[in-house]
Design a protein around this ligand. Structure first.
Ligand code: PLP
Length: 401
Protein backbone atom coordinates (compact mmCIF):
# COMPACT_ATOMS: atom_id res chain seq x y z
CA UNK A 1 0.00 0.00 0.00
CA UNK A 2 1.29 3.46 -0.84
CA UNK A 3 2.08 5.87 1.96
CA UNK A 4 0.25 9.19 2.21
CA UNK A 5 3.72 10.64 2.77
CA UNK A 6 5.37 9.01 -0.24
CA UNK A 7 5.60 12.27 -2.19
CA UNK A 8 6.64 14.48 0.72
CA UNK A 9 9.95 16.13 0.00
CA UNK A 10 12.60 16.98 2.54
CA UNK A 11 12.32 20.67 3.48
CA UNK A 12 15.52 22.73 3.27
CA UNK A 13 17.49 22.78 6.50
CA UNK A 14 17.44 25.89 8.65
CA UNK A 15 20.86 27.42 7.93
CA UNK A 16 21.53 28.47 11.55
CA UNK A 17 20.46 25.12 13.00
CA UNK A 18 22.72 23.43 10.46
CA UNK A 19 25.55 25.61 11.72
CA UNK A 20 24.82 24.57 15.31
CA UNK A 21 24.89 20.90 14.35
CA UNK A 22 28.26 21.31 12.64
CA UNK A 23 29.54 23.22 15.68
CA UNK A 24 28.38 20.50 18.09
CA UNK A 25 30.08 17.84 15.99
CA UNK A 26 33.41 19.77 15.98
CA UNK A 27 35.82 18.16 18.44
CA UNK A 28 38.22 21.13 18.72
CA UNK A 29 38.25 22.45 22.30
CA UNK A 30 38.91 26.00 21.09
CA UNK A 31 35.80 26.10 18.90
CA UNK A 32 33.53 29.16 19.10
CA UNK A 33 29.97 29.50 17.81
CA UNK A 34 29.35 33.07 16.66
CA UNK A 35 26.34 32.01 14.60
CA UNK A 36 23.83 31.89 17.44
CA UNK A 37 21.14 34.45 18.27
CA UNK A 38 21.18 34.22 22.05
CA UNK A 39 23.00 36.06 24.82
CA UNK A 40 25.72 34.14 26.63
CA UNK A 41 27.46 35.35 29.77
CA UNK A 42 31.22 35.55 30.15
CA UNK A 43 31.30 31.80 30.87
CA UNK A 44 29.51 31.05 27.62
CA UNK A 45 26.26 30.14 29.39
CA UNK A 46 22.70 31.36 28.89
CA UNK A 47 22.01 33.20 32.16
CA UNK A 48 19.01 32.60 34.40
CA UNK A 49 18.43 36.11 35.69
CA UNK A 50 18.27 36.61 39.48
CA UNK A 51 15.00 38.54 39.17
CA UNK A 52 13.50 35.62 37.23
CA UNK A 53 14.76 33.11 39.78
CA UNK A 54 13.16 35.09 42.66
CA UNK A 55 9.84 35.49 40.88
CA UNK A 56 9.81 31.77 40.05
CA UNK A 57 10.48 30.84 43.67
CA UNK A 58 7.60 33.01 44.89
CA UNK A 59 5.31 31.57 42.25
CA UNK A 60 6.25 28.00 43.04
CA UNK A 61 5.52 28.58 46.74
CA UNK A 62 2.17 30.22 45.97
CA UNK A 63 1.27 27.12 43.91
CA UNK A 64 -1.42 28.87 41.86
CA UNK A 65 -4.03 26.80 39.99
CA UNK A 66 -3.53 26.42 36.24
CA UNK A 67 -6.83 27.49 34.72
CA UNK A 68 -7.10 28.84 31.22
CA UNK A 69 -5.90 32.38 30.67
CA UNK A 70 -7.98 34.94 28.77
CA UNK A 71 -7.49 34.53 25.00
CA UNK A 72 -5.42 37.71 24.88
CA UNK A 73 -3.55 36.95 28.11
CA UNK A 74 -3.91 38.61 31.51
CA UNK A 75 -4.52 42.34 31.92
CA UNK A 76 -1.54 42.71 34.28
CA UNK A 77 0.90 41.30 31.72
CA UNK A 78 -0.52 43.23 28.80
CA UNK A 79 -0.50 46.45 30.77
CA UNK A 80 3.12 45.88 31.84
CA UNK A 81 4.05 45.35 28.18
CA UNK A 82 2.36 48.61 27.18
CA UNK A 83 4.11 50.57 29.92
CA UNK A 84 7.47 49.21 28.84
CA UNK A 85 6.91 50.01 25.17
CA UNK A 86 5.11 53.34 25.35
CA UNK A 87 5.93 54.63 28.85
CA UNK A 88 3.52 54.48 31.80
CA UNK A 89 2.28 58.04 31.17
CA UNK A 90 1.59 57.47 27.48
CA UNK A 91 -1.35 59.31 25.93
CA UNK A 92 -2.24 56.36 23.68
CA UNK A 93 -2.60 54.11 26.74
CA UNK A 94 -4.65 56.72 28.57
CA UNK A 95 -6.92 57.20 25.55
CA UNK A 96 -7.50 53.46 25.10
CA UNK A 97 -5.87 53.55 21.66
CA UNK A 98 -3.64 50.53 22.23
CA UNK A 99 -4.58 46.90 22.71
CA UNK A 100 -2.13 44.16 23.61
CA UNK A 101 -2.29 40.40 23.51
CA UNK A 102 0.27 38.09 25.09
CA UNK A 103 1.90 36.03 22.35
CA UNK A 104 4.23 33.08 21.90
CA UNK A 105 7.43 35.11 21.80
CA UNK A 106 8.13 37.80 19.26
CA UNK A 107 7.64 35.22 16.51
CA UNK A 108 4.13 34.40 17.69
CA UNK A 109 3.32 38.11 17.92
CA UNK A 110 4.46 38.69 14.34
CA UNK A 111 2.37 35.76 13.19
CA UNK A 112 -0.90 36.68 14.90
CA UNK A 113 -0.34 40.24 13.67
CA UNK A 114 0.21 38.93 10.14
CA UNK A 115 -2.87 36.74 10.32
CA UNK A 116 -4.98 39.68 11.53
CA UNK A 117 -3.71 42.02 8.81
CA UNK A 118 -4.47 39.34 6.23
CA UNK A 119 -8.12 39.51 7.32
CA UNK A 120 -8.23 43.31 7.26
CA UNK A 121 -6.09 44.12 4.20
CA UNK A 122 -5.99 40.83 2.26
CA UNK A 123 -4.31 42.31 -0.81
CA UNK A 124 -1.37 43.90 1.01
CA UNK A 125 2.29 43.28 0.20
CA UNK A 126 4.69 43.04 3.14
CA UNK A 127 8.05 44.84 2.88
CA UNK A 128 10.98 43.76 5.02
CA UNK A 129 14.45 45.28 5.24
CA UNK A 130 17.22 44.05 2.93
CA UNK A 131 18.61 42.10 4.70
CA UNK A 132 16.35 41.03 7.56
CA UNK A 133 15.89 38.29 10.12
CA UNK A 134 15.25 35.29 7.83
CA UNK A 135 12.03 34.33 9.56
CA UNK A 136 10.36 37.65 8.63
CA UNK A 137 9.99 36.59 5.01
CA UNK A 138 9.02 33.00 5.77
CA UNK A 139 6.51 34.02 8.41
CA UNK A 140 4.66 36.64 6.36
CA UNK A 141 4.68 34.36 3.32
CA UNK A 142 3.17 31.65 5.50
CA UNK A 143 0.47 34.16 6.50
CA UNK A 144 -0.33 34.47 2.79
CA UNK A 145 1.37 37.72 1.80
CA UNK A 146 3.74 38.44 -1.05
CA UNK A 147 6.96 39.66 0.64
CA UNK A 148 9.28 42.20 -0.95
CA UNK A 149 12.16 44.27 0.47
CA UNK A 150 13.15 47.88 1.01
CA UNK A 151 16.84 48.84 0.84
CA UNK A 152 18.43 49.07 4.27
CA UNK A 153 22.05 48.08 4.68
CA UNK A 154 24.91 49.96 3.07
CA UNK A 155 28.03 47.76 2.85
CA UNK A 156 30.17 50.83 2.15
CA UNK A 157 29.47 52.40 5.56
CA UNK A 158 28.39 49.19 7.33
CA UNK A 159 25.45 51.29 8.50
CA UNK A 160 21.89 51.87 7.43
CA UNK A 161 21.10 53.69 4.20
CA UNK A 162 18.14 55.71 5.47
CA UNK A 163 17.97 57.81 2.32
CA UNK A 164 17.47 54.79 0.04
CA UNK A 165 15.05 53.22 2.49
CA UNK A 166 12.85 56.32 2.73
CA UNK A 167 12.97 56.89 -1.03
CA UNK A 168 11.59 53.36 -1.48
CA UNK A 169 8.89 53.83 1.17
CA UNK A 170 7.78 56.92 -0.73
CA UNK A 171 7.00 54.80 -3.80
CA UNK A 172 4.88 52.14 -2.06
CA UNK A 173 1.11 51.82 -2.44
CA UNK A 174 -1.19 52.66 0.47
CA UNK A 175 -1.90 49.67 2.68
CA UNK A 176 1.56 48.14 2.25
CA UNK A 177 2.87 46.55 5.45
CA UNK A 178 6.33 47.81 6.44
CA UNK A 179 8.20 45.61 8.90
CA UNK A 180 10.67 47.75 10.86
CA UNK A 181 13.31 46.65 13.37
CA UNK A 182 12.58 49.01 16.27
CA UNK A 183 16.15 48.72 17.57
CA UNK A 184 19.21 46.47 17.32
CA UNK A 185 18.66 45.49 13.69
CA UNK A 186 19.10 41.77 13.06
CA UNK A 187 21.32 40.79 11.24
CA UNK A 188 23.30 43.99 10.59
CA UNK A 189 23.45 45.82 13.95
CA UNK A 190 22.83 49.04 11.99
CA UNK A 191 20.06 51.24 13.41
CA UNK A 192 18.47 54.49 12.25
CA UNK A 193 18.99 57.75 14.12
CA UNK A 194 16.05 59.50 15.77
CA UNK A 195 15.95 62.06 12.94
CA UNK A 196 15.89 59.25 10.36
CA UNK A 197 13.08 57.52 12.26
CA UNK A 198 11.12 60.77 12.12
CA UNK A 199 11.49 60.67 8.32
CA UNK A 200 10.29 57.07 8.23
CA UNK A 201 7.23 58.02 10.27
CA UNK A 202 6.56 60.88 7.85
CA UNK A 203 6.81 58.56 4.83
CA UNK A 204 4.45 56.03 6.44
CA UNK A 205 1.97 58.82 7.17
CA UNK A 206 2.05 60.41 3.74
CA UNK A 207 1.82 57.07 1.88
CA UNK A 208 -0.78 55.45 4.13
CA UNK A 209 1.51 52.51 4.98
CA UNK A 210 0.93 49.99 7.78
CA UNK A 211 3.98 50.08 10.07
CA UNK A 212 4.79 46.86 11.92
CA UNK A 213 7.57 47.42 14.42
CA UNK A 214 9.48 44.39 15.61
CA UNK A 215 10.98 45.02 19.05
CA UNK A 216 12.97 41.90 19.92
CA UNK A 217 15.88 43.54 21.77
CA UNK A 218 14.52 46.35 23.94
CA UNK A 219 17.24 47.33 26.40
CA UNK A 220 20.12 45.81 24.44
CA UNK A 221 21.28 49.02 22.72
CA UNK A 222 21.08 52.05 25.03
CA UNK A 223 18.42 51.13 27.60
CA UNK A 224 14.73 50.42 27.95
CA UNK A 225 13.53 53.95 27.24
CA UNK A 226 16.04 55.08 24.61
CA UNK A 227 15.53 51.82 22.69
CA UNK A 228 11.84 52.69 22.38
CA UNK A 229 12.59 55.85 20.39
CA UNK A 230 11.04 54.54 17.17
CA UNK A 231 7.99 53.13 18.94
CA UNK A 232 7.45 56.46 20.66
CA UNK A 233 7.82 58.50 17.48
CA UNK A 234 5.13 56.35 15.91
CA UNK A 235 2.99 56.65 19.04
CA UNK A 236 3.26 60.45 18.92
CA UNK A 237 2.46 60.56 15.19
CA UNK A 238 -1.21 59.68 15.53
CA UNK A 239 -0.80 56.78 13.07
CA UNK A 240 -2.19 53.29 13.59
CA UNK A 241 0.54 50.65 13.79
CA UNK A 242 1.57 47.25 15.11
CA UNK A 243 4.33 46.34 17.57
CA UNK A 244 5.57 42.81 18.20
CA UNK A 245 7.71 42.59 21.30
CA UNK A 246 9.66 39.82 22.93
CA UNK A 247 11.13 39.04 26.34
CA UNK A 248 13.24 36.18 24.98
CA UNK A 249 16.42 38.25 25.08
CA UNK A 250 15.69 40.94 27.66
CA UNK A 251 14.66 38.37 30.30
CA UNK A 252 16.76 35.50 28.95
CA UNK A 253 13.53 33.47 28.73
CA UNK A 254 13.95 32.12 25.20
CA UNK A 255 12.24 28.78 25.68
CA UNK A 256 9.34 30.12 27.74
CA UNK A 257 8.05 31.91 24.62
CA UNK A 258 7.04 35.25 26.14
CA UNK A 259 6.10 38.10 23.85
CA UNK A 260 3.23 40.35 22.91
CA UNK A 261 1.43 41.99 20.03
CA UNK A 262 0.33 45.58 20.60
CA UNK A 263 -1.89 47.38 18.13
CA UNK A 264 -2.31 51.14 18.16
CA UNK A 265 -5.60 52.30 16.68
CA UNK A 266 -7.35 55.63 16.24
CA UNK A 267 -9.99 55.34 18.97
CA UNK A 268 -11.02 53.29 21.96
CA UNK A 269 -13.95 51.97 19.97
CA UNK A 270 -11.66 50.83 17.16
CA UNK A 271 -9.43 49.16 19.74
CA UNK A 272 -12.34 47.07 21.04
CA UNK A 273 -13.28 45.92 17.55
CA UNK A 274 -9.68 45.17 16.56
CA UNK A 275 -9.09 43.19 19.76
CA UNK A 276 -12.24 41.15 19.13
CA UNK A 277 -10.86 40.15 15.72
CA UNK A 278 -7.41 39.44 17.11
CA UNK A 279 -9.00 37.12 19.68
CA UNK A 280 -10.56 35.11 16.86
CA UNK A 281 -7.13 34.70 15.29
CA UNK A 282 -5.67 33.51 18.59
CA UNK A 283 -8.62 31.32 19.54
CA UNK A 284 -8.41 29.32 16.31
CA UNK A 285 -4.66 28.97 16.56
CA UNK A 286 -3.61 28.09 20.12
CA UNK A 287 -6.66 29.26 22.09
CA UNK A 288 -4.85 31.15 24.83
CA UNK A 289 -1.25 31.72 25.90
CA UNK A 290 0.76 29.66 28.42
CA UNK A 291 0.95 30.98 31.98
CA UNK A 292 4.42 30.61 33.38
CA UNK A 293 6.70 32.94 31.39
CA UNK A 294 4.19 35.76 31.26
CA UNK A 295 3.50 35.48 34.99
CA UNK A 296 7.22 35.73 35.74
CA UNK A 297 7.69 38.76 33.49
CA UNK A 298 4.69 40.59 34.88
CA UNK A 299 5.72 39.82 38.49
CA UNK A 300 9.22 41.17 37.85
CA UNK A 301 7.97 44.28 36.07
CA UNK A 302 5.42 45.14 38.77
CA UNK A 303 7.52 44.38 41.88
CA UNK A 304 9.86 47.35 42.49
CA UNK A 305 12.76 45.35 43.98
CA UNK A 306 12.63 42.70 41.25
CA UNK A 307 12.22 45.36 38.61
CA UNK A 308 15.35 47.15 39.83
CA UNK A 309 17.24 43.87 39.89
CA UNK A 310 16.12 43.05 36.34
CA UNK A 311 17.05 46.49 35.03
CA UNK A 312 20.52 46.08 36.52
CA UNK A 313 20.87 42.61 35.00
CA UNK A 314 19.69 43.89 31.63
CA UNK A 315 22.23 46.72 31.85
CA UNK A 316 24.85 44.08 32.67
CA UNK A 317 24.06 42.16 29.48
CA UNK A 318 24.08 45.38 27.44
CA UNK A 319 27.39 46.51 28.94
CA UNK A 320 29.03 43.13 28.40
CA UNK A 321 28.09 43.15 24.73
CA UNK A 322 29.47 46.68 24.41
CA UNK A 323 32.69 45.63 26.11
CA UNK A 324 33.00 42.78 23.60
CA UNK A 325 32.48 45.23 20.73
CA UNK A 326 35.21 47.57 21.92
CA UNK A 327 37.38 44.63 22.91
CA UNK A 328 37.15 43.08 19.46
CA UNK A 329 37.86 46.39 17.74
CA UNK A 330 40.86 47.11 20.00
CA UNK A 331 42.30 43.65 19.52
CA UNK A 332 41.86 43.79 15.74
CA UNK A 333 43.50 47.24 15.68
CA UNK A 334 46.54 45.71 17.40
CA UNK A 335 46.76 42.80 14.93
CA UNK A 336 48.40 44.87 12.23
CA UNK A 337 45.76 44.52 9.53
CA UNK A 338 44.90 47.22 7.04
CA UNK A 339 41.16 46.96 7.62
CA UNK A 340 39.32 49.28 9.99
CA UNK A 341 36.80 47.48 12.17
CA UNK A 342 35.75 50.49 14.26
CA UNK A 343 32.25 50.27 12.75
CA UNK A 344 31.63 47.32 15.09
CA UNK A 345 31.43 49.80 17.99
CA UNK A 346 28.75 51.83 16.23
CA UNK A 347 26.57 48.81 15.48
CA UNK A 348 24.04 47.96 18.15
CA UNK A 349 22.46 44.98 19.81
CA UNK A 350 23.57 41.42 19.60
CA UNK A 351 24.93 41.30 16.06
CA UNK A 352 27.45 42.74 13.68
CA UNK A 353 27.66 42.49 9.95
CA UNK A 354 31.44 42.24 9.88
CA UNK A 355 31.92 42.41 6.14
CA UNK A 356 33.71 39.05 6.30
CA UNK A 357 33.08 37.21 3.04
CA UNK A 358 31.56 33.75 2.79
CA UNK A 359 35.04 32.44 1.90
CA UNK A 360 36.57 34.09 4.97
CA UNK A 361 33.79 32.67 7.17
CA UNK A 362 34.53 29.24 5.70
CA UNK A 363 38.24 29.61 6.51
CA UNK A 364 37.44 30.62 10.10
CA UNK A 365 35.50 27.39 10.44
CA UNK A 366 38.03 25.14 8.74
CA UNK A 367 41.19 26.58 10.28
CA UNK A 368 39.97 27.79 13.67
CA UNK A 369 36.68 26.06 14.47
CA UNK A 370 34.98 29.44 14.62
CA UNK A 371 31.47 29.26 13.22
CA UNK A 372 29.61 32.27 11.78
CA UNK A 373 26.80 32.82 9.29
CA UNK A 374 27.91 32.95 5.65
CA UNK A 375 26.73 36.56 5.40
CA UNK A 376 29.44 37.58 7.86
CA UNK A 377 27.01 38.12 10.71
CA UNK A 378 28.54 37.42 14.10
CA UNK A 379 26.88 37.40 17.53
CA UNK A 380 28.88 39.63 19.88
CA UNK A 381 27.19 37.99 22.87
CA UNK A 382 29.02 34.75 22.03
CA UNK A 383 32.34 36.48 22.66
CA UNK A 384 33.84 36.45 26.15
CA UNK A 385 37.08 37.33 27.90
CA UNK A 386 38.37 33.80 27.24
CA UNK A 387 37.76 33.54 23.50
CA UNK A 388 38.15 37.17 22.39
CA UNK A 389 41.86 36.94 21.57
CA UNK A 390 41.41 33.70 19.68
CA UNK A 391 38.55 35.13 17.60
CA UNK A 392 40.51 38.34 16.90
CA UNK A 393 43.48 36.23 15.76
CA UNK A 394 41.24 34.24 13.43
CA UNK A 395 39.58 37.31 11.91
CA UNK A 396 42.98 38.96 11.46
CA UNK A 397 44.33 35.81 9.78
CA UNK A 398 41.50 35.51 7.28
CA UNK A 399 41.40 39.20 6.36
CA UNK A 400 45.18 39.20 5.78
CA UNK A 401 44.49 36.53 3.14
N1 PLP B 1 12.40 39.41 15.57
C1 PLP B 1 13.72 39.50 15.44
C2 PLP B 1 14.31 40.60 14.65
C3 PLP B 1 14.54 38.55 16.06
O1 PLP B 1 15.86 38.63 15.92
C4 PLP B 1 13.94 37.52 16.80
C5 PLP B 1 14.76 36.46 17.45
O2 PLP B 1 15.82 36.12 17.05
C6 PLP B 1 12.57 37.48 16.91
C7 PLP B 1 11.82 38.45 16.28
C8 PLP B 1 11.82 36.40 17.63
O3 PLP B 1 12.03 36.29 18.95
P1 PLP B 1 11.29 35.16 19.82
O4 PLP B 1 12.35 34.19 20.17
O5 PLP B 1 10.78 35.93 20.99
O6 PLP B 1 10.21 34.57 19.02
Amino acid sequence: SSSIFAAVEMAPRDPILGLNEAFNADSRSTKVNLGVGVYFDDNGKIPLLGAVRSAEKTRLEAAPPRGYQPIEGPVAYNSAVQNLLFGADSAIIRDGRVVTAQALGGTGALRIGGDLIKRIVPGATVYISDPSWENHRALFEAAGFPVDTYPYYDPATRGANAEAMIAKLNTLPAGSVIVLHACCHNPTGADLTEAQWAEVVKACASRGLIPFLDMAYQGFADGIEPDAVAVNLFAASGLSFFVSSSFSKSFSLYGERVGALSIVTQTKDESARVLSQLKRVIRTNYSNPPIHGGAIVSAVLSTPTLRAEWEAELAGMRDRIRAMRTGLVDKLASRNIDQDFSFVIKQRGMFSYTGLTAAQVERMKDEFGIYAVGTGRICLAALNTKNLDYVADAIAAVVKG
